[in-house]
Ligand binder design. Sequence first.
Ligand SMILES: [Zn+2]
Length: 322
Amino acid sequence: MMGFETAKSERSARTGFGSFGLDRHAEWRDDPAKLASLALQADARFAVCAGDTPILRKSGDVQGAWHTQVEATALGEERERVFLGTQGDAPRFGVLIDKALADPASVGTLKERPDLFVTDLRSIAVQGLVPPAELAPLGAAKALLDWHARHRFCAVCGAGTQPKSGGWKRACTGCSAEHFPRTDPVVIMLAVRDDKCLMARQSRFPANMYSCLAGFVEPGETFEDAVRRETWEEAGIRAGKVKFLASQPWPFPSSIMIGCIAEALNDDIVLDKVELEQGRWFTREEAILMLRRQHPDGLTAPVKIAIANTLLWAWAMEGELP
Ligand SMILES: [Zn+2]
């Protein structure tokens, strides 16, 4: 794939979900006969989600995202199928089945099967439950299938919609409007001033973990403006220069994180207590200790798969500045 070697060396590719690794073959999406024949190839594999819960294969202590067609078909009735692309020549699809099949309260749930492993995608990512190369396509499958599950009706006229283009579009049966899968931009930024950086924590974070500020980009905003607005709203810090460092697909449910480093122009933090529980400045030395999980007060940085870790690492270890 053109440019793939270059892409692999980028910071973005080293984030969790950042290394998709499949050739998307968009030129085949509108050829249903081609997609049907690809699905019948012996090396075709399927990532299966029951609602938004991935169903992993399990063999001993090893889990994997990919099922054969026979295995996938046996898991439950297919509600949606999307064509993700190919790994080399091997086709890769995503399949949506009934979310009740992953619900521990339901009878006959897939959670009971010893040859399967059923847990949420966030746990799969944080705990490294599938090989790194499988995480990004699994995340993409989950995000795309989840979009289908939420877009059964036309936002224009309210009539039903039908999947098209290998799952990369839905078309309205009433007014013919076309709807495309969303990815919602979120800016995430490390604000720095002199030799310190600003991090904060939400009450839902693991105890003692601090992370970067973040927020959705609003209509009419550049990424840089969104960084400056969020830094001001959440922490009372005015930001000047903003520099892009890395991006990360974040399928919860379907965001793209735009990671930046920002120049803070004042020190006096005024925290938005609705969004944040605590926030403070950390010296570079403290940031390094947090990344190494050696901070004397037990404070930690986000896990390696998170782009917040990438941003902190870039500033603390690699000397990136706005
Ligand atoms: Zn419509």
